[in-house]
Design a protein around this ligand. Sequence first.
Ligand code: CS2
Ligand code: MN
Length: 391
Amino acid sequence: MAIKPHKLIQTWRWYGPSDPVSLQDVKQAGATGIVTALHHIPHGEVWPVKDIEERKAIIEAAGLEWTVVESVPVHEAIKTRRADAGKYVENYRASLKNLALCGIKTVCYNFMPVLDWTRTQLDLTMTDGSKALYFNWTDLAVFDLFILKRKGAEADYSAVILEKAKKRYEALTEQELEELRINVLMGIPNEKEIELSALQNSIDEYKNIGFEGLRQNLSWFLNEIASVCEQEGVKMTIHPDDPPYPILGLPRIASTKADFEYILKSVDKAFNGVCFCTGSLGAGQSNDLCDIFDLVKDRVYFLHLRNVTKDEEGNFYEADHLGGDVNMYEVMKVVVAENQRREIPIPFRPDHGHQMLDDLNKVTNPGYSAIGRLRGLAELRGLELGITGLY
Ligand code: CS2
Ligand code: MN
């Protein structure tokens, strides 16, 4: 079948009616698709059709389309395959069915134990005065050794980092330590107030599971939801680990090319797809993004495009979309080539952006202020147009 050349779908993450960035703002940024989730439904509970319809109606009334769900969170009971995991899988299947009933069929999720994304600083000042999210190993070690006080943590850091962490800890004020605690825990979904003892317990729970066990739990989960996805035409897209390496003693299974090879093969069905996040994968020292894309491209149903700048220690900050270590031009070329083969275009969103201009004076969801993402989207849209010539 001859497929008409088409553009990627330009989407925007929206946190729902309470998001300080409005749907009208999204329209002015030029996106046509919305990526959202029912954040008010507690993790593990079924998403009711009524709530999905309600959210969809709000989006459509603004002249936009709900393109992707990010995320339907996978409950910890599933990731650890606890005795009650079956109940949570049943609820997950019910949520997928309800979403499909409402016509929303692309779902993003991640399989990171306990934590979602992790950063040590949310306001690193760039040379132009804008602010970026930052991950620093020394600060993570300070959190791990002196705030969380995790048993055996020393073994996970180099002598250089341990030395630096000790010095930094001694120089930090109480208030700075508290800020570091809040920053590191910021990514834990719906659990901003998690007790450190609960975090330690969760970390202990994963000790018995390990890398292999977590992989098997993911395969089990995917097999459990396979028939619903296939019947309903739901495409699942796993988001890479952010950052893509083990932290705080927790295993990571979606960080490298080998990980994705395993994930796709372990449940070798079209519904089992990938959210290709260039920022998350780009933070890996040995990840070659075009090479990974080539491996997974048939199963990429959603793209997160952002950039990172790393240093030799592996610390990184979120760079401008067309700056940083990810060669976005090369990535966009392979993405566009894949998109041209598709019957349905692939949605992408500018994943995160700097806090800049007027947004510097506003309270925003970290990484999700309006203007930085608007800039990112504009640059990415232009890059795509420059490559395809599809005016
Ligand atoms: C983001 C995530 O880290 C990233 O690359 O896409 O912060 C994302 O917002 C969360 O994982 C929730 O999906
Ligand atoms: Mn992402």
